[in-house]
Design a protein. Structure first.
Length: 250
């Protein structure tokens, strides 16, 4: 059996609080995970779930730790082989009070409610702005060092997910107090994740572990997309012409 490391108090940082060696090690691990969030997405394609590890599954049985609503507007057509940052985006825990991030390269409005891109009919019969949801999940056998995976569900799946979560909460449980089954609706042409069959978690130690990581999950979910490439392209001088103003719908 390995000998436990002795906690050594380090010098007092600028913030004023003393940080022990074990605490500093935990903080360093957390920062490392938060600074590299791009490889933790669960991708949905052809009714299957591709995990960050590369494994592909027909369904998921996971613990929903936390979630946020994620609105994204892209001026050009979606191209999975040429992913670009959104023109305008918003991340919020409440759908009704969403406002574009101050870091959006091309804000479309001061608030998502009433924005032209967030109205049905702004893109065919649908919306130009995608009202998505990001969900931080853990496997049922997760430990305190198990990294979160981020499930990004489509606008057509958000209503069903919200209804499922409402049922869990009305039953007197937090989302992470049950295991959730996720699979794609086979009758739909597009990949629409469906959430169902909540199974009660009776391990108090496991629930306590998840609760201790709620702050970590919330911070990960609030990580904004990297828009530096978008800004660089817009800031680059165009030869022989002035930069045209951004067009807005009336």
């Amino acid at each position: 059996m390995a000998t436990a490391k002795t906690s050594v108090v380090k010098a007092k940082p600028k913030g004023g609080a003393l940080v022990s060696g074990s605490q500093q090690e935990a903080l360093d691990k957390l920062r490392a995970r938060l600074l590299a969030p791009t490889g933790d997405k669960i991708k949905i394609s052809n009714k299957q779930f591709k995990l960050p590890s590369g494994d592909t599954l027909d369904f998921l049985d996971v613990i929903v730790v936390d979630f946020v609503f994620y609105n994204t507007y892209y001026e050009g057509a979606y191209d999975k082989d040429n992913m670009v940052p959104p023109n305008c985006f918003s991340i919020n825990v409440e759908q009704k009070t969403m406002v574009p991030s101050a870091n959006s390269p091309d804000k479309q409005a001061d608030a998502c409610a009433g924005c032209w891109a967030n109205e049905f009919g702004s893109s065919g019969k649908g919306k130009a702005c995608q009202n998505r949801c990001l969900i931080a999940v853990l496997p049922r056998d997760a430990g305190e060092d198990t990294p979160f995976a981020i499930l990004d569900i489509s606008p057509t799946a958000v209503k069903g997910f919200s209804s499922y979560m409402t049922g869990v909460v009305r039953g007197g449980k937090m989302p992470y107090e049950v295991a959730t089954h996720v699979e794609c609706n086979p009758t739909f042409k597009h990949d629409v994740a469906v959430f169902s069959d909540p199974q009660l978690i009776e391990d108090d130690g496991f629930i306590g572990m998840v609760e201790s990581r709620l702050g970590e999950a919330a911070e990960r979910l609030q990580q904004e997309p990297d828009v530096s490439a978008f800004k660089a392209a817009n800031d680059a001088p165009k030869k022989g012409s002035l930069k045209a103003p951004v067009k807005r719908r009336a």
